[in-house]
Write a protein that binds this ligand. Structure first.
Ligand code: ATP
Length: 192
């Protein structure tokens, strides 16, 4: 499975943000999108998700594909615990024990029954990552998912994502070249 992004152009208030952006996304290799702040990385993810309309260009290969995302702002239900948050997006039933194991794999111990609003930013981010991995989608889009994690944790969580996302199209926005290297990703640079 591959997704072709061809000549995507997007203007905001007559200012071009994406200019004839072309790239191919493959399931064999994670794709990292890099580029300066304001170069349109989030906008491109939003276009892939159908949340923002491109002005011109086309995207091939998205038909009937299920997409899950880790947004910059996590988008979890704060009044629910992490396990319930994860179960909410899973199409197939996944048992509590399995989810607990996945949370433990990203260093989240003993938080499963806490309301998400009581977790730290880095903890919420990891819950959102596990949710995206377990959601049984074809495509995973992540917007700076490892931001705010300390070095050791970041290393572990990147390995978790690499291990668990095999066979899916994965696109990760990052500002960190080291992250892209550890992900063994194909790099695309957007310019502002
Ligand atoms: N809904 C919107 N209306 C108007 N302008 C917008 C809108 N969304 C984004 N922009 C502008 O488009 C440009 C690209 O924004 P975008 O968030 O895609 O950049 P980015 O590369 O993801 O930035 P960062 O690395 O800071 O997250 C910015 O100048 C931003 O202000």
């Amino acid at each position: 499975m591959s997704i072709l992004i061809k000549d995507i152009t997007k203007y905001y208030n007559k200012v071009p943000v994406l200019k004839a952006c072309t790239m191919q996304l493959n399931k064999e290799r994670i794709t990292c999108i890099m580029g300066p702040s304001g170069s349109g990385k989030t906008t491109l993810l939003r276009i892939l998700m159908g949340l923002t309309q491109a002005d011109s260009g086309l995207i091939e290969g998205l038909d009937k594909k299920r997409i899950t995302a880790v947004f910059q702002e996590d988008r979890l239900c704060g009044y629910l615990d992490s396990i319930t948050n994860i179960k909410l997006v899973c199409r197939k039933e996944i048992g509590t024990e399995r989810i607990q194991k996945e949370l433990e794999a990203v260093g989240l111990l003993d938080i499963q029954n806490k309301k998400v609003s009581l977790l730290s930013g880095g903890m919420k981010r990891r819950v959102a990552i596990v949710r995206a991995i377990l959601a049984d989608s074809d495509i995973i889009l992540m917007d700076e998912p490892f931001k705010g994690l300390d070095e050791q944790l970041r290393h572990e969580v990147i390995e978790y994502v690499k291990r668990k996302s095999k066979g899916k199209v994965v696109v990760i926005v990052t500002h960190d070249k080291k992250e892209a290297e550890q992900l063994e990703a194909e790099l695309f640079y957007l310019t502002s």
